[in-house]
Design a protein around this ligand. Structure first.
Ligand SMILES: NC(=O)c1ccc[n+]([C@@H]2O[C@H](COP(=O)([O-])OP(=O)(O)OC[C@H]3O[C@@H](n4cnc5c(N)ncnc54)[C@H](OP(=O)(O)O)[C@@H]3O)[C@@H](O)[C@H]2O)c1
Length: 385
């Protein structure tokens, strides 16, 4: 890896989230970090580099050209990709990184993509030493690192029942909206990929580690109306718990949206179900995706107002602990920060040895939390103080 031209290569740098990630790297990558912007349009990449006023390299690569993806993977020690929806565009980049032994981070929240990536590339990556770390954005770093932070506050020899309650404001980008519609439309193939993964992934029968789906309604522990969130967060937390002993022999995690009143909760639930139904009908899905075209996203003013707070309640024996992870604009400001810091963490920090498809908690854990705290994301114990 020492002979690689760059420490970090950012693929998708001209997209909405990609250019925010490039801005973050331009402002925060430590002096001496060798990094490059990558994408399919060299002219736009050079214009981006000039706008940022940095000495970054330019790597041209197109999803449709596997040779260019191999060169992309071989150019860096860590590849970041923001080229999504990942189920449509992502596989070639994972394959090239797994083959080349290159560390890989992305922003996917698509469980089907992550399961297929495990089935097709985990074994190769274990052999070459590549760390394939999916979901390095708002999905699922606050949940994954927040759960690890929380279980450290309770004894590990008792069952741990953990719930995460998310309060969030903000608007989606074109790429995010497209990814959600695509995932809704593909729920059957996602279930097949999940079942295939379950059949081959080793399980430790000496521990009980599971996701808890939960029900909508008023939740006293949250002090709010809650809706179970079918996002990737729960799966990622459960995978970290399976891989790391600190979650104890008996652990469960549920992930919820927390809302101030029942009408908002009902409207959100009905809206999500309506979107799910429309996504099943191709002409309706195409019409919906035109509402938020690729490359578009919330304005800087809208992003400045957006916030998130993920509150955890952990019950373990007689003890209840409440913790919180909080920050600014979840979808884009904080996501580009989390993604860039994940890549810098893999490139620069001393980390436990690991390879294959692994979660952020397993790959980077406390080192990444420390980076995010320095960058303004808060992790704190709310109760007992
Ligand atoms: N998990 C999270 O918390 C989170 C948060 C934010 C975003 N995301 C995900 O991040 C992804 C990107 O979102 P976005 O809004 O930034 O999307 P976007 O603005 O549409 O950007 C997509 C990028 O993909 C590139 N691309 C498309 N086809 C390509 C090809 N054939 N070869 C090379 N590059 C190609 C585009 O290149 P051009 O610029 O040349 O068109 C663009 O740079 C989505 O999957 C979204 O769901 C996740």
């Amino acid at each position: 890896m020492a002979d690689r031209q760059f420490d970090v290569v950012l693929f998708g740098a001209t997209g909405f989230t990609g250019s925010l990630t490039a801005e973050y790297l331009a402002a925060h990558a430590p002096v001496g970090t060798r990094w490059a912007v990558a994408g399919r349009d060299g002219g736009r990449l050079r214009a981006l580099r000039d706008r940022l006023g940095v000495d970054a390299g330019v790597v041209e690569a197109d999803i449709a050209d596997p040779g260019s993806l191999r060169r992309l993977a071989e150019a860096g020690r860590v590849v970041i990709t923001t080229v999504g929806p990942y189920i449509r565009y992502g596989e070639g980049v994972v394959a090239a990184c797994a083959e080349a032994g290159t560390d890989y981070v992305d922003l996917t929240g698509e469980p089907e993509f992550v399961d297929l990536s495990y089935l097709r590339h985990h074994a190769v990556a274990e052999r070459t030493g590549a760390r394939l770390v999916h979901a390095c954005g708002f999905e699922a770093i606050p949940a994954d690192l927040g759960a690890l932070f929380t279980v450290r506050q309770v004894p590990e020899d008792q069952p741990i029942w953990l719930r995460g309650y998310l309060s969030v404001t903000g608007l989606p980008s074109g790429g995010t909206f497209d990814s959600v519609l695509t995932a809704f439309a593909r729920w059957r193939s996602a279930a097949v990929a999940r079942a295939q993964r379950r059949r081959v992934e080793p399980t430790d029968r000496s521990r009980q580690i599971r996701g808890a789906s939960g029900r909508p309604g008023y939740d006293r522990a949250a002090g709010a109306w809650v809706l179970p969130m079918p996002t990737i967060d729960r799966q990622i937390v459960v995978r970290s718990a399976r891989a790391l002993g600190r979650y104890g022999p008996d652990f469960s995690y549920g992930h919820f949206a927390a809302l101030g009143n029942p009408l908002t909760a009902a409207a959100l639930g009905a809206g999500a179900m309506g979107l799910f139904a429309l996504a099943q009908v191709p002409p309706a899905r195409r019409a919906l995706s035109r509402l938020r075209p690729a490359g578009s996203g919330p304005t800087p003013q809208q992003r400045a107002k957006a916030r998130f707070r993920l509150r955890f309640v952990a019950d373990s024996g007689e003890r209840r602990v409440v913790t919180e992870v909080a920050g600014g604009d979840p979808g884009y400001g904080e996501t580009s920060k989390m993604l860039a810091e994940s890549a810098l963490c893999l490139a620069h920090d001393p980390l436990p040895s690991s390879a294959g498809q692994i979660t952020t908690a397993v790959a980077m854990g406390d080192a990444l939390r420390a980076r995010l705290e320095r960058a303004g994301v808060t992790f704190r114990v709310v109760r007992p103080r």
